[in-house]
Ligand binder design. Structure first.
Ligand code: ZN
Length: 279
């Protein structure tokens, strides 16, 4: 008996260890479950169970990134209005110019090539994507940014826009540099749609310039310089631009006016389109 008991010691020790291990595992699992419940509680409280059909929420990090990428698509052209243009007041020429000024990577992705010709239907489709289903376009020719005559010519027989490359042998339009700083945002949803309202501060600079301004007009007219990154940081101004701009933004926040963007969608943030932009 005694000998047998001694022989059993390693087995018993192993079982005791196993028991301790299982108990520890269970305790950790229980603590984790309880704390995750506690962490989820605040958002559970926010669920729409009130009688009102509108629901306010914060914009998630993922949505924030999607919307920041999206608003940058509008920047090349829309900043030129300096927050003073209502979407419903866009003229036909401005609508076509918006499509023509879409960032090069977006143009490539959408297969836009005005030299080869872009069907009117494609332009109308894109306008609906960026400004919603109610936008209309009556085809008109579109003048060149240099003011030297029409550049995008509408051919009514083929219902296609063509670029007049013979008459405009000069370089293309170079967009201004625009850097966006997210301030805050709110997401309003009801049964039919989601509206995102974002406050953004922006820094503007002419192409290849390191002089930053708080509005497009100031950058254009070189008025009210905020700071010059090259003066402050030398060559780093061109290699570490985003980080240095963030540093300067933190120092000069109060000098930047806020721009309020309103996007709406009846599905996801990716499908949202701009309904308003004001300063
Ligand atoms: Zn021209």
């Amino acid at each position: 008996m005694k000998r047998r008991k001694e022989k059993d010691y390693p087995v018993m020790a192993l079982m005791a260890l196993l028991t301790i291990f299982i108990v520890t595992f269970l305790v950790v699992a229980i603590i984790r479950t309880v704390s995750s419940f506690q962490a989820e509680e605040p958002s559970a409280v926010e669920e729409p169970d009130e009688p009102t059909s509108e629901h306010l929420a914060a914009i998630s990090q993922v949505e924030q990134e999607i919307l920041l990428d999206k608003l940058a698509i509008y920047d090349d052209y829309f900043v030129t209005f300096d927050g003073q243009k209502k979407i419903e007041d866009l003229t036909d020429v401005e609508k076509i110019t918006f499509i023509d000024r879409l960032p090069i990577e977006v143009q490539q992705e959408k297969g836009l090539d005005f030299e080869a010709g872009v069907p009117l239907e494609t332009i109308q489709e894109l306008l609906r994507e960026y400004f919603g289903p109610d936008i209309t376009l009556h085809p008109v020719n579109c003048p060149c940014f240099l003011g030297d005559g029409d550049y995008l010519i509408y051919d009514a027989t083929t219902r296609t826009y063509y670029a007049d490359t013979d008459g405009h042998g000069h370089g293309g339009y170079e967009p201004y540099q625009v850097h966006n700083f997210y301030v805050d945002g709110v997401k309003t949803s009801n049964e039919n749609s989601i509206t995102y309202t974002l406050t953004i501060k922006k820094a503007f600079a002419a192409p290849n310039s390191s002089s930053y301004y708080s509005s497009y007009t100031d950058a254009l007219e070189k008025n009210n310089l905020l700071f010059d990154l090259y003066t402050l940081y030398g060559e780093k101004a061109y290699t570490d631009t985003s980080r240095l701009l963030s540093v300067q933004y933190e120092k000069n926040k109060g000098l930047f006016p806020g721009y309020v963007y309103t996007f709406t969608t009846n599905s996801t943030a990716e499908e949202a389109y701009l309904v308003n932009l004001k300063k």
